[in-house]
Design a protein around this ligand. Structure first.
Ligand SMILES: [Mg+2]
Length: 180
């Protein structure tokens, strides 16, 4: 059986990028943005590359997404793909009265990957809500240095990565999952 696919969002999921610097040292500079990696991001990516194939999918532009993914994955195996806004679907949020970019997993199916073997991690439910069974919603990262979400997510993913149909796993309360 081929390894399942883990698709990761960037902003507020794996990193925080902002024009005003935080008190902590930044991990990289990109144009006007100070980029901060979420605590444990590199060890999470290193560990998850074993049981999963990794893909990055952000609703930002590729000129932002590309350099950040290269830095995050430095010394680690190449991800399966790095996608940006051009693969997102523009939608209108009638409550917030704003446009946003959703991630439609039919793009994944078109590449011959069964959605039973796909998980997508994002801090915004609306971007993935047509694929509720595949989605793991993570608390947004805004720069808190004591943030521990990625180590919790790592142990949860280890506990489910061998299951045949990942859509059948209850994910609503994954953060309260305790290993063992
Ligand atoms: Mg995000």
């Amino acid at each position: 059986m081929e390894k399942p696919l883990l698709i990761l969002d960037l902003d507020e999921t794996l990193i925080r990028g902002q024009e005003m610097p935080l008190p902590e040292p930044h991990d990289m500079l990109l144009g006007p943005y100070f980029i901060y990696f979420r605590p444990h991001a590199r060890s999470f990516l290193a560990a998850m590359g074993e049981p999963f194939r990794l893909g990055f999918w952000s609703s930002a532009t590729l000129s932002y997404v590309g350099p950040i993914c290269r830095q995050l994955m430095k010394g680690l195996p190449e991800p399966l793909f790095v996608w940006g806004r051009e693969r997102c679907t523009e939608r209108f949020d009638h409550f917030k009265r704003e446009t946003y970019y959703a991630k439609d997993l039919r793009h994944i199916e078109k590449n011959g990957i069964s959605l039973s073997r796909v998980l997508i991690v994002d801090d915004e439910l609306r971007k993935v809500n047509r694929h509720y069974g595949n989605a793991l919603i993570i608390r947004p990262f805004l720069g808190d240095v004591s943030d521990d979400e990625l180590s919790k997510l790592e142990s949860f993913l280890h506990s489910i990565c061998r299951l045949e149909d990942l859509r059948r796993v209850e994910k609503g309360n994954w953060a309260s999952h305790q290993p063992g």
